[in-house]
Design a protein. Structure first.
Length: 167
């Protein structure tokens, strides 16, 4: 198994975090990885808003009825916002950058979880206000971060959906 395959196998959505701050150096490493993510015509339409104030992060849990509760224990969060005026592939470009953040978090020994914001009721408006994001950007998602306070087993490769592979 390659190191990358091992990383993919162990990266799981973590929704409970220890009460331990995430070092800014680790967040900066994750952000560098996100900045290296591919984008259509290399237009780099994404912007990243880092939150380390736990009071603000806790307010993010209110952005949706379900699916944002991980913000109640997260010690940091990165909002992925994208300028849709730069490319019609803005959602894909933002999602690829978010995945780079998720994989980097796992590699650095952190837990992380994607919280979908775009297209979810009033979630985008609340996150925009909390993180002070201009209206010219679409808020795609928030990645919660912290040291894991739950264990998830790595993917069992025998149970992968190989039927989804053709050719």
């Amino acid at each position: 198994m390659t190191d990358f395959e091992s990383l993919c196998r162990s990266r799981r959505s973590i929704r409970k975090y220890k009460d331990t701050p995430v070092e800014r150096e680790k967040i900066d490493t994750m952000l560098r990885c996100a900045l290296m993510s591919p984008s259509s015509k290399r237009c780099n339409p994404w912007e990243f808003y880092v939150l380390q104030d736990t009071a603000l992060i806790r307010r993010m849990a209110e952005c949706k009825t379900y699916g944002a509760q991980m913000m109640l224990t997260a010690q940091a969060a990165v909002v992925v916002a994208v300028d849709a005026s730069l490319t019609d592939t803005w959602q894909a470009d933002g999602a690829i950058a978010a995945e780079h953040l998720l994989l980097a978090a796992e590699d650095l020994g952190l837990g992380a979880c994607w919280c979908q914001v775009y297209g979810r009721d009033n979630a985008e408006d609340l996150v925009r206000r909390i993180a002070d994001i201009p209206s010219s950007l679409n808020v795609l998602c928030v990645i919660s971060l912290g040291y894991k306070d739950e264990e998830r087993r790595p993917y069992d490769t025998d149970k992968l959906l190989y039927s989804k592979i053709h050719g």
